[in-house]
Design a protein around this ligand. Sequence first.
Ligand SMILES: Nc1ncnc2c1ncn2[C@@H]1O[C@H](COP(=O)(O)OP(=O)(O)OP(=O)(O)O)[C@@H](O)[C@H]1O
Length: 667
Amino acid sequence: MAQREGQTTERWAVWDRFIRAGKIEPGTLGPELEASWRRCQAAGVDPLAGRSTMVLGSAEFAALAERKQDLIRVAKPFMENLYSLVAGSSFVVLLFDEQGYLLEAVGNPDRILASQDLNLNKGALWAEAEVGTNGAGTPLVLGRPFQVSGAEHYCQKHHRWTCSGAPIFDPRGKTIGLLDMTGPVDETHIHTLGLVMAAVEAIQHELEVGQKNRELRLLNNRLSSIILTVTDGVLVLDVDGVLDQINPVAERLLGVSSQQAAGKRITELVRDLGPIRELLAWGREFLDRELELTSGRGTLQCVASGKPILDEGGVVKGAVLFVNPINKIKGLINRFSGAQATFRFEDILGQGESLQRAVQLGQLAAANESNVLLTGESGTGKEMFAHAIHNQSERRKGPFVAINCGAIPRELIASELFGYQDGAFTGAARGGRPGKFELASGGTLFLDEIGDMPLEQQIALLRVLQDKTITRLGGDRPFVVDVRIICATHKDLREEIRKGTFRQDLYYRLNVSMIRLPPLREHPEDIPELLEAFLHKFATRKGVANLRIDPGVSGALQGYAWPGNIREFQNVVERMVHAIKGEVITLGDIPEEILRAPDAAAAVAAPAPPGPARNPAPANLREQLLEEERAQIQACLRASKGNMSKAAQELGMARNTLYRKLQKLGI
Ligand SMILES: Nc1ncnc2c1ncn2[C@@H]1O[C@H](COP(=O)(O)OP(=O)(O)OP(=O)(O)O)[C@@H](O)[C@H]1O
């Protein structure tokens, strides 16, 4: 005690010398204290005062306390704990904010301080520049724990105290407050600062845990809302394969609520457990594997991906499965691969009898489920009919999948049609792949160029048509498929049967409804309508309005045999629209090769459709054109019963021009 008093007196002498003469003998004061005193001096702190004059009003303090509520809530129990160690003494435990405003006090500050009226109240500022070197303001300036005892305080009125303060930091190292223990100077003990530091450590830890908990709650909320809103079925498993949680989509797929599912084993729900076992045992994730889920409504084929849940050490703690019914995937594939029927019967142009007969048969076929065989030359509209039949059938909401049997290498047809299992052959995609039959399930499969299908695939196709099941290449289980077949061919299948390249039994299976599409040369009466429609289509695309057709153009086109049928016709019209300069399509715009063709030349010379056979009557082009013009004018004159004005108007020319032409053409 005598030694401490001695120290106090000595310190007081140092202080006194400094206050009076601004001098400190070397080695008589620690460097932090010396620097602090000099700061106080420079700030003009009155060494004889020491009363806080910066006190927050009640509203300001309420706002500050609200901002600091987390700190106060967490620190308070630790302050009480600290106080309990010195209860009965005159110590107080004080909590400040990062600027030095007093936030909270435990113990009774008045007992040692009130008599001095120093304003150690909540909301009072105890920064160094306000009340000189002290156990709150100075550690805040230093940024580390610090003890100020007796005459180490810059203001004399504080010389009766000992203050031990330690700043409180947030996890990123930012000062957020300060904890201080203040008591009578004669009870100064270096351990007091240690106690304060330990309490600060605990407060910081608690704040960090609170922050982490808040972050975890937020993360958990985010994850929950993702799981609740994703369109995949999500199943969360523990490491033993027991369901922890499922999302609403999985509830629908499995036909059970999340509560009913919790606790179930995945073994009760999935047939082929291979990938899930590896996932839970080794954390080996998998992507887009096919799984069969046993739901309340039976077996559901799904595509699933699995991810392990790992702890920090990389140990598997569970797994998440994302599942989608395979039909949904197929629907998406079909949508984005264009596997949709675009045409309807309304899009099929032509009122000619032969075409209309085909349309009627097509509409009949759409009304039932029987297989359809479309025959006809290339470009006659077989695929268009297949679309239209699908779109008018009960299956219109299902997929329309087309495959051209003539365009796929023979050895790939089977895998294209029936799909294959994982590892079925070298080069097969991992996880296997569904075939067109599976993709078309619930809809229509259009087998184009069926006449080109190799015999061995014809046998397989026949089997599918009989059993309504398919087995993937390399697979051992047959799947039920619900597919309507529409076939098309430009070949004469009876002839192919005779040659032995097409199976008769398959022919009868497919040929339940046979629709023959006439070649265009058999319905040239539809050419004006087709011409009008295609011209309009391509002119609109080109941005040309009011495109007109010269008389005679239709007739010339009607005369050509169109071996490529409506497709060829459409292409020619497109070329003509691209080539024209003005707004009128004239005979001169028709491509040479069409006008030169024997049939067209004959038609121009004597435009009298229809009929498949034409007399070839080659003539030079100029003469043909003149002949055509002559025929048109004569027809107009007949129609107007010799009325020149009416005929000229009909022909789109002035009366004088018509007279001139009559003369020139010798009419
Ligand atoms: N009656 C029609 N009305 C309008 N456009 C048609 C008509 N018939 C065919 N087309 C058009 O002709 C083109 C060829 O038709 P589509 O592909 O259906 O013929 P296809 O008989 O299946 O030919 P291929 O045997 O060569 O595959 C398409 O652009 C189609 O839109």
